[in-house]
Design a protein around this ligand. Structure first.
Ligand SMILES: Cc1ncc(COP(=O)(O)O)c(C=O)c1O
Length: 402
């Protein structure tokens, strides 16, 4: 047995869904499965330790607050953000990006231009389009090469005199391309642009240094990093945390109400209302789990797994790979014969779970002149045996629908 399979097989024991059901799960870019420790942390909180956070002085409440706040500390550590005050708990990456777009309107002049790649997930596209519709800002496409990388030559020649911000996915959910955040951060810093990063696809596998990469706003979800659904974070650069006005008002965010509202210190001034406590505590377990030696090893081996089936796919006529050859977690393709949705449906009937459709990136479909994508994406639990099973079924199904 090779190293990938040895490591992954051990890890798989922690995912009861994989041991109890005959499935090959290849949709981790949409959402990852959850290890037992995450499920248990959530159950334990709601069953034995339930209390609300921040304002309860009884011991159970204090324990819940301590665990809850520790999630924030682990996030800060993970992304090398020295000032924890800029980490706001949200409902997920979509919520974070919507909030980031709203915060941006407090920082840039009316009608300013925002550079956005045409390959973005709708969550990093529509909030800006909606603000454009209201005449608050203007969306301008960041030039992108055929392979999904930033076109630096065209960018250099562009008139960017009205640009005030740039927003991009660290890793694209369509191409799997990883953008050079350090280079982009330096560009934004030198130009005086605000730099927003959608880290939904990269947070569980890539190293991110928020301070070093000069990021101003960064968004991600817990459920794509082996944690629960319904929670995520928006990380804000220290230079903005004190000056930004909250977007939500209510309990827990206010220190005094006099002639004026006196807000709590950040991040609390941005977190009105009772948060999803159990989910945030379970997220702490996911963050700890991600740092386990065997998980780090499995993550580092994902590239080998990816290469093995990608090489096979690239030799099949009528399959056009559109994702980057260096993507370590996903392969997206267009079928020249047969429809990706038929493929996904038929594979699903065989227990092989892949994604099809626009991948929530309609502008990307247009960019690649495609009508639908098929995406295969890996998690740390996938094995060579699984990708081989996928390939065998894929080839025989293609013959039927092509
Ligand atoms: C690149 C990217 N950004 C944002 C999102 C939105 O994440 P969520 O649905 O967890 O809010 C996704 C989800 O697929 C994504 O892949």
């Amino acid at each position: 047995m090779n190293l990938v399979d040895q490591v992954q097989l051990k890890l798989r024991e922690e995912f009861s869904l994989l041991s109890n059901q005959a499935i090959v799960y290849l949709d981790s870019a949409a959402t990852t499965l959850k290890p037992l420790s995450v499920l248990e942390a959530k159950m334990q909180f709601y069953r034995d330790e339930y209390a609300t956070v921040n304002r309860s002085l009884y011991p159970r409440g204090q324990k819940a607050t301590k665990n809850y706040l520790h999630t924030r500390t682990l996030i800060a550590k993970k992304i090398c953000l020295t000032d924890e005050r800029g980490i706001i708990f949200t409902r997920g990456a979509t919520d974070s990006l919507n909030q980031a777009a709203q915060f941006l309107t407090q920082l840039i002049p009316q009608g300013a231009e925002v550079l956005i790649s045409p390959l973005e997930h709708h969550a990093n596209y529509l909030p800006f389009l909606a603000l454009q519709k209201k005449g608050i800002l203007k969306v301008v496409h960041l030039p992108i090469l055929e392979d999904g990388e930033v076109d630096w030559d065209r960018l250099e020649k562009m008139d960017t005199s009205r640009v005030k911000a740039l927003s991009i996915a660290h890793v694209s959910n369509v191409t799997g391309v990883e953008q050079d955040l350090k280079k982009l951060g330096n560009l934004c810093h030198n130009q005086g642009w605000i730099f927003l990063v959608d880290a939904a696809q990269s947070i569980s596998t890539k190293k991110i240094d928020f301070d070093l990469m000069k990021i101003d706003f960064m968004a991600f979800s817990a459920h794509k990093m082996y944690g629960p659904t319904g929670v995520g974070a928006l990380c804000i650069a220290p230079r903005f945390v004190d000056i930004l006005e909250p977007l939500f008002y209510g309990g827990d965010m206010i220190a005094d109400i006099d002639e004026e509202m006196v807000y709590q210190r950040p991040p609390f001034k941005f977190e009105a209302g009772t948060p999803p406590i159990g989910e945030i505590i379970a997220w702490k377990s996911a963050l700890e789990w991600l740092e386990k030696e065997e998980v780090l090893l499995a993550t580092s081996l994902m590239g080998d797994l990816q290469k093995s089936y990608r090489d096979r796919l690239s030799m099949i006529p009528n399959v056009e790979l559109i994702s980057a050859h260096h993507s370590t977690t996903m392969t997206t393709m267009v079928l020249k014969k047969g429809h990706p949705m038929d493929m996904a449906l038929l594979l699903g009937q065989k227990g092989i779970e892949v994604r099809s459709g626009s991948l929530c990136a309609l502008p990307a479909l247009k960019f690649f002149k495609a009508n639908s994508f098929l995406r295969v994406s890996l998690g740390v639990y996938n094995t060579f045996d699984e990708v081989n099973r996928f390939m065998d079924q894929f080839e025989s199904t293609l013959k039927k629908i092509g």
